[in-house]
Design a protein. Structure first.
Length: 672
């Protein structure tokens, strides 16, 4: 839990945490120690005593000084504790006997209700936002709601901690609500006023007397004060006519007679008197017309001088503070005046400003040195303000010009700057805007350049979209022509052996062929060639399929095999459905060529065998024994070779005769 004076760390109902307050018993602030000049009470801090009237003309008839609280001046015993107020407005208490100061209210000054509440461990504090919270000094607990124990004690005590006895308001409240009459002090009062030693405010004695107006010579001027300082010890109150008279059975007691030459008690406070400015001497030059008067309660000259010097020092401090505040207010007023004046700018020189405002009070009341410093600050402020205004105006003009250019349909990406200027002058929005016309030309040109670049970018994007559409259409045309070639292939009109010349009449009659004309890229002829090449590229794979079909069917291609027979055999297999007609024809031609090659090889082999047989037969005839005569006939010698192998290998008799004649006739020719 936080110590006393610190609000709870977690306020209820989602309230934000409040900052730490000063402790309930802070140390005595510097400069607040009571004076060490006995027997007088401690002087109040600077600023507690208000300025007093300086002339007799400030007095009015019928204004009275409340003497119920003048027990100290009337010879009553002075209580040890007295209430004072710090410069920050907080109340503290000073003990004249022990010379001690405390923030806590002493028990001697507390009422019965306060004494009863002081026994409760709960204390009420105020946060920085003014919200009340409660702190338990024993359990170190803080809460926002009022504890039940404290509420019950307040009910028993007849009020809240602010109660100050039956029917008695708080002294500070009494001083705040009291009027401000100019007070007159009686010099021959009868009766004993009640004691007022308690700053907390005790109830007045029932035997107090209602004072009567004294004669005029016994008046002391005290001025129109809002409240009395602890130095005076005389709080203001209402006039005597508004006070209640004492009870009849009250025995009046003799008060202090100011007309006597006996000094007042040591505890009597020093009362204020009318004083001229602090430069006045103690004694006036003309004794018959004194400018200030000292009460006869201070018969000694040393005491009068001491009181006068104390009051003079206090007045000097007050006047210095007032002068400082007036100077500060005058400087602030001058600064506001210069900052808000319409003729002031950041380039206005001091001499020109002095010529413009030199006769005005707000200018003349400030010293020249301070005035120049303020003027420099104002110039800096105005320069910053003008710079910010120029920045905002430039931003606004650029945006406005962009909007105008966007709304002008006659401005294209090819529009020049001179043409755009003429268009802008014809535009009513631009012509009516004076700020736009005074716009910086460079900013306007930059804005126009950005707008043209935007239009160029839009134009490029539109062209790109057009190109994409054209390319897409060209691609669709090619795809449509490709589908047309597929249709021709499915019908058997187009195959791997087709030529452009053969299919041109069929191709040119279709609209898909006409759509291909004139567009860039592949031409219809190119697509046709590509299609035929793709079909030819499938030849080897389809040839294998055809061979497998022929092998499964047990069919072989011979020299005498026709294409119709070959295609008829192929068509019975379901694998032939995807085969190209041209590839089937090419495969047949390939197989037929192979058959013809085999036939030619066979014929060559037969020729080679025949030649070997003829050579063997010739060799047989050559090696015949006896040798053949040139005039021999085949019939004569045939029987000699019948059993020979070479004779049997020649099956034809005609070949045998031909070979025999070649042999015989060859020898005859060589013999000749």
């Amino acid at each position: 839990m936080p110590p006393p004076g610190i609000p709870p760390p977690f306020p209820p109902m989602g309230l934000p945490p409040i900052r730490q307050r000063p402790p309930a018993m802070p140390p005595m602030p510097p400069g607040m120690m009571p004076p060490l000049l006995p027997p007088m009470a401690g002087p109040p801090p600077i600023g507690q005593v208000k300025p007093l009237p300086l002339s007799l003309s400030d007095w009015g008839q019928g204004d009275w000084l409340d003497l119920r609280d003048l027990s100290l001046a009337c010879g009553a015993q002075k209580p040890p504790w007295s209430e004072h107020r710090a410069p920050d407005g907080r109340v503290y208490y000073y003990n004249c006997s022990s010379k001690q100061s405390t923030w806590e209210k002493p028990d001697e000054l507390k009422s019965k209700a306060e004494l009863l509440l002081s026994q409760c461990p709960w204390r009420e504090y105020k946060s920085d936002t003014g919200k009340s919270y409660y702190y338990n000094s024993q359990s170190k607990e803080s809460r926002w709601t009022k504890p039940r124990d404290l509420d019950e004690l307040e009910g028993k005590g007849g009020g809240s901690p602010g109660s100050w006895g039956a029917g008695q308001p708080h002294p500070r409240e009494r001083r705040q609500t009291a009027p401000c009459p100019r007070l007159m002090l009686l010099s021959g009062l009868q009766g004993n006023p009640p004691p007022v030693g308690r700053a907390g405010g005790a109830a007045s004695a029932p035997g107090s007397l209602c004072p009567t107006p004294p004669p005029a010579p016994s008046l002391f001027h005290t001025g129109c004060l809002q409240e009395c300082s602890p130095l005076h010890g005389v709080p203001l109150s209402t006039p005597p006519s508004q006070r209640s008279c004492p009870a009849p059975h009250s025995a009046p007691s003799r008060g202090w007679d100011w007309s006597t030459q006996e000094p007042p008690p040591a505890s009597a406070p020093i009362l204020p008197w009318t004083l001229a400015p602090q430069q006045q001497p103690v004694r006036a030059s003309n004794p018959a017309q004194p400018v200030w008067s000292v009460p006869s309660a201070l018969p000694k000259l040393s005491e009068k001088k001491q009181a006068f010097n104390a009051y003079k020092a206090q007045r000097e401090k007050e006047e210095k503070e007032e002068a400082r505040l007036r100077a500060k207010e005058a400087k602030e007023e001058l600064q506001r005046f210069l900052e808000q004046h319409e003729r002031m700018s950041s380039i206005t020189r001091y001499r020109k400003a002095e010529q413009m405002f030199g006769e005005q009070e707000v200018w003349a009341v400030v010293p020249e040195r301070d005035r120049k410093e303020i003027y420099d600050d104002v110039l800096f402020f105005l320069a910053k303000k003008e710079k910010e205004h120029a920045k905002q105006l430039r931003k606004r003009n650029i945006q406005a010009l962009k909007n105008i250019l966007d709304s002008m349909s006659n401005v294209s990406f090819q529009t020049t700057w001179s043409e755009a200027q003429q268009y802008l002058m014809d535009n009513p929005t631009f012509a009516e805007d004076q700020d736009l016309q005074n716009m910086d030309k460079e900013d306007a040109l930059i804005c126009f350049e950005e707008h043209i670049r935007t239009l160029e970018k839009e134009e490029e994007e539109e062209k790109e979209k057009t190109r994409l559409r054209e390319r897409r259409q060209q691609r669709k045309n090619r795809e449509a022509f490709q589908a047309f070639l597929d249709e021709l292939h499915d019908k058997g009109q187009l195959h791997s052996m087709s030529t452009w010349m053969e299919l041109y009449p069929s191709l040119s009659a279709d609209a898909r062929f006409a759509n291909m004309l004139g567009q860039p890229g592949s031409t219809p002829l190119d697509l046709f060639k590509f299609y035929v090449e793709d079909l030819k590229a499938r030849f080897h794979d389809e040839k294998k399929i055809i061979k497998d079909i022929l092998k499964d069917r047990g069919f072989s291609v011979e020299v005498t095999t026709t294409f119709e027979d070959f295609a008829h055999v192929i068509s019975f297999d379901k694998r032939a459905a995807t085969l190209d007609t041209g590839n089937i024809k090419l495969t047949f031609n390939s197989l037929l060529e192979k058959a013809e090659a085999r036939e030619r090889e066979r014929e060559k082999e037969e020729v080679r065998k025949l030649r070997r047989r003829e050579a063997a037969f010739k060799s047989m005839l050559k090696q015949a024994a006896p040798a053949l005569e040139p005039g021999s006939s085949w019939a004569e010698v045939r029987d000699r070779f019948v059993s020979d192998l070479a004779f049997e290998q020649i099956t034809l008799e005609s070949e045998r005769i031909r070979l025999f004649r070649d042999r015989v006739w060859g020898r005859q020719g060589r013999a000749l």
